[in-house]
Design a protein. Structure first.
Length: 148
């Protein structure tokens, strides 16, 4: 997986259609599971996740590799970047008199408006990065034991 962290889970293929297979995983408290949200709770300790079909059939026992995003990247994108954007917006908006005249607010109001706008943009950036990660790092089957 090119240096990315991943967790492995065993499961059973419960349905196959449209090029995708649904795998039921019995979740077990395991240190390798970091709550990546790749699978969806189905009730109790059962979870399901969707993988590419790749010739799977119902009843196949599979091992699935699930990419785990870096917690540091999440912290950076959700806390550090928005806070830095807010502080930068406050400083720039409060000191840029041309912007203050353009928006018709005082120094504090302009700083607050610019800071809030930049922080909101940084959250949009975080959402785009998350979507890109999920699109590029889908769970994949690495081992198959065919049903008899």
């Amino acid at each position: 997986m090119k240096g990315r962290r991943a967790t492995r889970e065993a499961g059973i293929v419960v349905s196959v259609s449209g090029g995708e297979a649904v795998v039921r995983i019995r979740h077990r408290p395991d240190p390798s599971c970091r709550g990546c949200t790749a699978c969806k709770p189905e009730g109790g300790l059962q979870f399901v996740l969707t993988v590419d079909d790749d010739g799977l059939s119902e009843g196949d026992r599979v091992t699935v590799e699930i990419p785990v995003p870096s917690p540091w990247q999440g912290i950076l994108l959700v806390f550090v970047v928005p806070l830095a954007a807010l502080v930068a917006g406050l400083g720039v908006g409060a000191s840029w008199s041309g912007l203050q005249k353009a928006v018709g607010l005082g120094a504090e109001g302009t700083g607050l408006a610019l800071g809030a706008a930049l922080a909101a943009l940084s959250f949009a950036l975080a959402a785009l990065v998350d979507r890109r990660f999920r699109r590029r790092n889908k769970p994949r089957v690495i081992e198959v034991h065919k049903a008899e």
